[in-house]
Design a protein around this ligand. Structure first.
Ligand SMILES: Cc1cc2nc3c(=O)[nH]c(=O)nc-3n(C[C@H](O)[C@H](O)[C@H](O)COP(=O)(O)O)c2cc1C
Length: 193
């Protein structure tokens, strides 16, 4: 296969693989390291390299689970929105994974914030493509404590930084890789010649 064919295949076969499709078998740390190594090659205006990742595995997943479940409980009780079902979701989600990568954006004032967010999203895509190429499952979740300001220090983030979500990672249960669907190119791109 040529490099261009391989590129098309990796991009077009990348999928969100959810935790119900995880086998429970640990992903090799070497794959996670490759994901991080490739993340760093994302484009970044003025080379600010705004991405900051925290990787949880083993006991670390337990720590993440307890931290986010308790934060949810405190916040939801204060706002009178607490449900046991949601609490358990916060608690259990990280424990269903082999690894979780928290996706942080460290703010640098030299470029507009939107550019920093875009750069981190490119870095996430690099990680996701790398995982898919290894046939390791993952998906980007903006659930959990993603939008809780109080969560930032736990992930090493300051007031002006942002938590942009989590990559939930695991080996897949079966060889069956999900199909995807997208709108046509004609709908999404207009040529002016
Ligand atoms: C920024 C971002 C946030 C996302 N957050 C969630 C999420 O919180 N929960 C979820 O189930 N999927 C989430 N997704 C995954 C999308 O639902 C998924 O990419 C979409 O359904 C297309 O499927 P595919 O990734 O397999 O092509 C997110 C994707 C992106 C880019």
């Amino acid at each position: 296969m040529s490099i261009t064919e391989a590129t098309d295949q990796i991009i077009q076969e990348r999928r969100s693989i959810y935790t119900n499709m995880f086998s429970g078998k640990q992903v090799d740390d070497a794959v996670i390291e490759k994901m991080i190594a490739n993340a760093r090659w994302a484009p970044t205006h003025k080379l600010t390299e705004p991405w900051q990742f925290v990787i949880f595995k083993g006991d670390g997943l337990q720590k993440l689970s307890e931290f986010q479940a308790e934060l949810y409980r405190k916040k939801a009780e204060r706002e009178n929105t607490y449900t046991e079902e949601k609490y358990l979701k916060f608690k259990n989600k990280p424990l269903e994974c082999s690894h979780v990568i928290a996706i942080g954006m460290k703010r640098n004032e030299v470029v507009p914030e939107v550019e920093e967010i875009c750069a981190v999203a490119c870095a996430v895509q690099n990680m996701w493509l790398t995982a898919s190429a290894h046939r390791v499952g993952c998906y980007w979740s903006t659930g959990g404590v993603t939008f809780y300001d109080e969560a930032k220090p736990f992930f090493g983030l300051g007031e002006n930084d942002r938590l942009l979500g989590f990559l939930y990672i695991g080996n897949v249960k079966s060889d069956k890789w999900p199909n995807g669907r997208r709108k046509s190119m004609e709908e999404k791109a207009k040529w002016i010649v």
